[in-house]
Design a binder for this molecule. Sequence first.
Ligand SMILES: [Zn+2]
Length: 406
Amino acid sequence: MPLRAKVATSVSKTAAALSRAAGRGDGSVIGGWIGLKIDPELLTHLAAGRSIALVSGTNGKTTTTRLTAAAMEVLGPVATNSFGANMPTGHTSALAKAGATPFAVLEVDEHYLARVIEETHPRVVALLNLSRDQLDRAKEVAMMAQMWKTALAAHQDVKVVANADDPMVVWAAGGSPYVVWFSAGQRWLDDSFVCPQSGHPIERHQGDWWCTGCPLRRPRAHWQVEEEGVVDPRGDWHLVKLQLPGTVNIGNAATALAVVAEFGVHPLKALPYLATVTSIAGRYAQVDRDGRNIRLLLAKNPASWLEAFDMAEIAPTLLSINARDPDGLDTSWLYDVDFSPLRNRPVLITGDRAYDLAVRLEVNGVPFRHVTSFDEALQAVPPGRLEVIANYTAFQDIRAELDRVN
Ligand SMILES: [Zn+2]
């Protein structure tokens, strides 16, 4: 590495360590920011010589990155940004901190994918899904797909692992000559009713889909979720045992298996590593308190709320909604989500925007009770499971109340 990059790496690690010591989070953003100020090409220097996989998409990228990094450990030490710092500052910091590892698995914010491909020269890029996110800030879905498509077309040597069930992803991956398709299902359909290529309606039937006006259609998947397991490209079915809930996470595991297969890791080698992952930065964490077993589920946009309903048991459920800066300030997305799956369980609501949620539940015919604190919620439910589904800052508030569970 050039001297400037060495100095930048060292200062970056020190800044991150100081930030951690001062109790200001994990320090990865500030560390990466300072490193990149000293050497704007630091990420490229740190990436050089490593075999890298990038993971991007609107939802599931933190979990899929964690699962992929775990499976990649079959091959040796892996650098990863496991705390969700998914912009170039976070990548720089993660690689600086890890030292010289042969492998890296990086979660990438979908807006930054083109730049991070340019700077890290990954071997594999995994594309999970694209759906509407924070309304006041995120790009429109079709624009994001176009950005991905352009980026991949400019890097023909990158192998793409992509979701065959999401028309937006299939269209974006079409820029690449080498694509491995996985099928993990698509619960949220509202952002892909119209073909991004031709503007014609997309038809769906039993998991298949096709454009009614151009050749865009669902490709045959090489990796497929089937019951509690995954079918690999040879047709062999593997039972997937995870400590994470829901079919959604079996889909995330299928993606991880498809990615590491491109590095030569067989599913049978990878599966025991996937089974070691318990929770990711508090997501899916379980805490026992006053005889209640509390489980934390993060849901940040309409598609991820549907996934959370799929993962949650039919048990008392606390919903918490804030609308602070990291959440997005506009809560009208609540009307994109069908809350009716919650009619069959006791529902409690809390958070800064509990009243927005109250109106939405009223419209949806879901009975609920408003509580003003987490303790009040605990006292309101009988001993046993309490599912907590919260958006970003609401999730962090509850996690803090439970003593920063991981
Ligand atoms: Zn079309």
